[in-house]
Design a protein around this ligand. Structure first.
Ligand SMILES: C[S@@+](CC[C@H](N)C(=O)[O-])C[C@H]1O[C@@H](n2cnc3c(N)ncnc32)[C@H](O)[C@@H]1O
Length: 253
């Protein structure tokens, strides 16, 4: 049986690109470029690239980018968009838990929950971190955003989704936040690209910063920094607080 994160992205690429939370791409890429000192020789891996918004923008800015995703439908749209915009991105279908790369990339990005935190077990989520790490060169950098587990501790679950701004085509209704597993169980109601109305029961793992630090230390990262992640404006100046729905993780091997 397919998992919710496979069903959600099956025929949803056009609608996905209309979601409110995908409109900060240019500002997000500005911050990523700052992190790599605008060094155009850098090879970038975009994990869970979806319809390719960051991969395509970074390719436009002159970087060599490979984008991977589990969803063939998202990748199809990504390839179309790259062609329309006249840029080359190497889009490949892979499961982020088991990537075929070994020391090939200088930078891995995984933004807006590109796989990590969506998996059904903590072990599977960890496999994604392991696989991303293996794909990086010895001095590689890993930048990702993930749900901030401090947020639901101090806010109601209803607020959790109001703040998430999932106000595009989909409506996300929280069912419960499980304090034992730190999983948010929610119901997403949406229309796919063919206009079919769908309802999915989803659950996403929220991580607290100390867990992320520990997981990444165990994978050998020497420097791990965590900030608040504001849509379209990632910044090192953003000290993480429980008001941040997402956090920005910057880790160096
Ligand atoms: C919320 S979207 C984020 C897409 C993109 N990074 C962005 O910022 O718009 C999550 C993406 O992760 C992909 N995904 C989910 N599980 C995955 C896995 N195990 N391996 C690779 N991609 C996965 C989905 O197909 C989807 O395209």
């Amino acid at each position: 049986m397919k998992e919710w994160y496979e069903l959600l992205f099956e025929n949803y690429a056009h609608k996905y690109d209309q979601e409110r939370y995908v409109h900060g791409t240019s500002g997000e890429c500005d911050s990523i470029e700052q992190e790599i000192n605008r060094d155009k020789s850098i090879k970038i891996l975009d994990i869970g690239c979806g319809t390719g918004r960051h991969a395509i923008e970074m390719a436009k800015r002159g970087y060599q980018v490979t984008g991977i995703d589990l969803s063939e439908s998202q990748l199809k749209r990504a390839r179309e968009k790259a062609k329309e915009q006249g840029v080359e991105v190497d889009f490949q279908r892979h499961d982020a838990r088991n990537l075929p790369f070994k020391g090939d990339f200088d930078l891995a990005i995984m933004l807006c929950e590109g796989g990590f935190s969506l998996m059904e077990t903590d072990e599977m989520n960890f496999e994604i971190l392991k696989s991303a790490t293996k794909s990086l060169k010895n001095n590689g950098k890993f930048i990702f955003t993930t749900l901030n587990g401090l947020f639901p501790l101090l806010h109601s679950v209803k607020e959790f989704y109001e703040s998430a701004g999932k106000g595009g085509g989909s409506v996300c209704k929280s069912i419960s936040f499980d304090l034992m597993t730190f999983r948010d169980h929610n119901r997403v109601e949406f229309e796919d690209d063919a206009g079919n109305k769908k309802v999915l029961e989803c659950n996403e793992r929220c991580y607290v910063p100390s867990e992320i630090t520990w997981l990444l230390h165990s994978l050998g990262y020497k420097k791990i920094e965590i900030f608040g992640a504001k849509l379209g404006a990632y910044s090192r100046k953003d000290k993480l607080s429980p008001e941040d729905f997402e956090m920005l993780v910057i880790a160096e091997k």
